[in-house]
Design a binder for this molecule. Structure first.
Ligand code: SF4
Length: 918
């Protein structure tokens, strides 16, 4: 049975009017207005009332409507049998799971089972999963993919403040006089926050933007200062800053004395090898003058925010990097006041919600500690649960090792794709292949991970599920359902509750998501007062909401308590009273000794791999990969390398290369983005086994982790790069699926009403026409089949037309230099080809001037590079604002503004020569 074709792509929708909900992607947590349409589509707009975005959305948020079709959805429970997956009832699936879990726990103990969950879950889902494992199974073997992106930030905050507390809010980014972005390509990864910073900078041009990043990213295009730090040397840079601030007297002595501990030890550690800025500059490979400029600006600017993201967290020294940054704020007392402080920007939509409920293996619910008996007592008493985990569980990397070692015998993976996203991802594959019971709850039928599941459970997706998420500024927002549940899919909290009941556990009879939220809110306030176990995390003011009040809950930041009059009081920023969450009320400086990344480059692996996101994709593309709008900006995985390194290693821009490490290998297209230093390469994290034959960068990443947080070192793996030799290159645009079995390397890209395939092969093709027809599945020799062949040059082109409409086209060449895909793709939107279209078909170029818009730059308005270049030249445009006024490009989410700026510079530099190369 082909399960993915067992249902309609478009679901019937009863229009419910506009529903206010929250974006499914990054930690900015933008409000979204979703309006289901009678034709099955959903109109998306920014929610003007949501404080995070005030009506703006980036291109990913704007394209959410393109991801809600039922194409490829997992709709029914299934179990794997000898001949493949078989649809079963919920009862049968849950009974099978519960029987196995019970048998494993009875024979091997509670630590032989595990949950691996996700920052994509809603807080209600997360809460129930954590309660099940820690309070009923009695094991802390529940970890989350948030381990991979922000656990170092959690550990850093806990060490410094005594609790996982983000001190400030988004408004502070607009109030700051200097924003320092460390390891964060904010323009691409948190676009709406970046737009807020830029708007503030426009209004106050003296406001300074500093970017500390090994790459010259899009974010740097608009920065006042870019420090291209050597990967992994952030602790040197911030220890050097601490030492410098101390030396010049930029210290708040009263604050340090009365409200902190550990200053002397931290300063002594910093002074060991970072007292001399010239020495720091040398280690960090930064121009000493630029480093000093930054140090001086930091010292002179009280209202400074240091915002950091994966470039800081994803390191074997991630927690120390976080604390080295926090130390530099504590020394000047720059915390707890408007416009200042250390700000961790989370990557996932609900990484913060997971932190509240203790979704990490080393945390307990409601910000309490697993290691403390009094904390465990609070939670167990509240839950009235039969068991309580009393030690930390296995963190993500260790968990998958324990699965491979046979210590964990049953794992339940929820809303995540570890075979793509974990470091040493081939190890994760080996682990799941050996595991006695793999259960996967997902919204998609076919993922790399689901291929190893014995039981598949259909979960509700964005637009169908109901609950809350918490964004990077501690703001809780509702995600509301506006689409009917498809097939037999259920909310994750419901699936976990049904399973828990099968296991015989009381305490899981929640009637709805509101009841889960209520319990979570009540636990946050339980015994939470000065005489018992005080915690800053307190959202007890949101307990006891009626069903309607939960439905209508407006975005609110925690802490959220009720005052004597019963009015909810929430706090935008913490520590205004200079009281921290350690027992003595003081913050802690942490001594951060410098240390290099765990694995150094060597003769075999001479380059450093850095990984990260691209502008228009999300995680492993299971959702964004469905959107044609998001596919255009960057269509294939790439390896960004400095031109001189490319020359040295024998690879050429535009060609394919094999990148390998001691852990695995992959194939990607070589590019010179212009922003990478010698000795490094950058590869995006998104491509997977469903979208490309061999482009999982996780397979290369070293599985070393930070000793405190357990976060893997995604930003520093020694690799080598070699030519990936092929005999031919090809691309196909097709309305029907293509058989790729015999192709050496392929990438599938979603188009509007078609799919695009980029192919490369090693075989010698004898009969081009027969090869093309077999690939495209065109058996009919009388089909309307236009073709061009140059046997000697190895060039072949064919177009298949049905009823005057383009059905498929294929272009083959021994070289990369084939026509731009943009114009051919535009023909798939036409019901009928014109005569003039047909003239250009086999050339792959339009006869009309300007019809080839070129690669997409602005995804919001579908504006291509060629269109922008033409407008700049023909209309003498000189600024981004003029380009926006002329073409709209850059006028919505603004994520493409840095690229437009770059194009303007290039065209101006080239003497306003037209540059329409793709
Ligand atoms: S910035 Fe974009 S991806 Fe992030 S929450 Fe907002 S709309 Fe979604």
């Amino acid at each position: 049975m082909n399960l993915s074709q067992d249902h309609l792509a478009i679901r019937p929708i009863s229009p419910v009017g506009t529903v206010r909900t929250t974006c499914a992607y990054c930690g900015v947590g933008c409000g979204v207005s979703a309006t289901p349409q009678a034709d099955g589509t959903v109109a998306i707009a920014g929610d003007k009332l949501h404080p995070a975005n005030l009506g703006r959305l980036c291109v990913k948020g704007s394209a959410l409507g393109e991801t809600v079709s039922l194409d490829g959805r997992l709709l029914y429970p299934q179990v794997r049998e000898a001949d493949g997956l078989r649809r079963v009832s919920w009862d049968a699936a849950l009974d099978q799971m519960a029987a196995k879990w019970r048998a494993v726990i009875d024979e091997h103990g509670p630590d032989a089972v595990a949950l691996y969950v996700s920052g994509q879950l809603l807080t209600e889902d997360y809460y129930v999963a954590n309660k099940l494992m820690k309070g009923y199974v009695g094991s802390a073997n529940i970890d989350t993919n948030s381990r991979l992106c922000m656990s170092s930030a959690v550990a850093g905050y806990k060490r410094a403040f005594g609790e996982d507390l983000v001190p400030l809010c988004y408004d502070d980014l607009e109030l700051a006089d200097m924003v320092v972005l460390v390891g964060s390509n904010t323009a691409w990864c948190h676009p709406i926050l970046f737009q807020r910073i830029l708007k503030a900078k426009e209004a106050r041009p003296d406001m300074k933007l500093v970017v500390i990043d090994p790459r010259r990213t899009a974010t740097c295009e608009l920065a006042d200062l870019h420090l291209p730090i050597k990967s992994g040397t952030d602790v040197w840079l911030f220890n050097g800053l601490l030492s410098y601030l101390s030396r010049i007297g930029a210290v708040a002595p009263d604050f340090v004395l009365e409200h902190t501990n550990g200053f002397d030890a931290a300063l002594a550690a910093a002074n060991i090898d970072c007292a001399d800025p010239a020495a720091v500059a040398k280690v960090c490979r930064i121009d000493p003058a630029l480093l000093l400029e930054f140090y001086e600006a930091f010292a002179a600017t009280a209202k400074t925010i240091t915002a950091y993201s994966m470039g800081v967290n994803q390191s074997s020294a991630g927690t120390d990097k976080v604390n080295a940054i926090i130390n530099c704020h504590l020394i000047g007392g720059r915390i707890g006041q408007p416009g200042m402080g250390p700000f961790s920007i989370t990557g996932q939509p609900n990484a913060m919600g997971g932190r509240e409920v203790g979704g990490l293996a080393n945390m307990l619910a409601a910000h309490m500690d697993l290691e403390r008996a009094d904390h465990r007592d609070v939670v167990q008493t509240f839950w009235d649960s039969p068991a309580m985990a009393d030690k930390g569980g296995l963190k993500a990397v260790d968990l998958f090792q324990a699965i491979e070692d046979g210590k964990v015998k049953a794992v339940w993976v929820m809303a995540t794709n570890p075979i793509v996203s974990l470091p040493d991802a081939d190890q994760a594959r080996r682990a799941l292949a050996k595991c006695e019971l793999v259960v996967a709850s997902d919204i998609m039928q076919n993922t790399d991970t689901n291929a190893y599941a014995h039981v598949l459970l259909p979960a509700l997706g964005w637009g169908e599920k109901d609950g809350t998420v918490t964004n990077s500024e501690r703001r809780i927002s509702r995600q509301r359902a506006f689409l009917p549940a498809p097939g037999e899919a259920l909310g994750d909290w419901k699936i976990i509750s049904l399973f828990a009941q099968r296991m015989g556990y009381a305490g899981f009879d929640f009637p709805d998501a509101a009841a889960v939220f209520d319990e979570h809110a009540r636990l946050s306030g339980f015994r939470n007062h000065a005489e018992d176990i005080p915690r800053a995390f307190d959202m007890s003011g949101l307990a006891g909401l009626s069903g309607d009040a939960y439905q209508e809950l407006e975005p609110v930041q925690w802490p959220a308590r009720r005052d004597a009059a019963g009015v909810i009081q929430s706090e935008a920023r913490l520590f205004a009273d200079r009281r921290f969450a350690h027992g003595d009320g003081k913050a802690r400086f942490i001594a951060t000794a410098t240390r290099a990344p765990a694995n150094a480059v060597c003769e075999d692996y001479p380059l450093t791999l850095n990984t990260g996101r691209v502008r228009d994709q999300w995680h492993t593309m299971t959702r964004t990969g469905k959107s044609h709008t998001l596919a255009d900006h960057i269509s294939e995985s790439f390896v960004d390398i400095h031109p001189q390194d490319a020359l040295l290693h024998g690879v050429r821009e535009g060609e394919l290369a094999r990148i390998s490490s001691a852990w695995g290998a992959m194939v990607a297209r070589v590019q010179h983005g212009g922003g990478i230093a010698r000795g490094s390469v950058f590869i995006p994290i998104h491509w997977n086994g469903q979208t490309s034959s061999d482009a999982r960068v996780g397979a290369l990443v070293n599985p070393v982790v930070d000793p405190v947080s357990g976060e893997p070192e995604f930003k520093h793996t020694p690799v080598r790069i070699d030519q990936f030799r092929v005999n031919w290159h090809s691309f196909i645009l097709s309305r029907t699926e293509v058989n790729l079995d015999s192709v050496a390397h392929w990438t599938r890209i979603q188009g509007k009403a078609f799919a695009r395939y980029e192919l490369a092969g090693r075989n010698n093709i004898g009969d081009f026409g027969a090869w093309a027809r077999a690939l495209l599945g065109v058996a009919d020799l009388d089909a309307d089949w236009l073709e061009y062949e140059d046997k000697t040059a190895g060039v072949y082109r064919a177009v298949h037309v049905v009823d005057d409409r383009i059905e498929q086209c294929i272009f083959l060449s021994p070289r990369q230099d084939m026509p731009s895909r943009a114009w051919l793709a535009s023909l798939f939107a036409k019901d009928q080809l014109s005569e003039i279209d047909r003239v250009g078909l086999l050339v792959g170029m339009p006869v009309e001037k300007g019809a080839d818009t070129g690669p997409t730059v602005c995804s919001c308005f579908g504006v291509g590079r060629n269109t922008i270049c033409n407008a700049i030249v023909e209309q003498n445009l000189e600024t981004v604002a003029q380009v926006t006024a002329c073409l709209k490009a850059g006028g919505n989410c603004g994520s493409c503004v840095p690229e437009i700026k770059k194009i303007l510079t290039e065209v101006q530099y080239e003497g306003r020569e037209l540059n329409t190369s793709s």
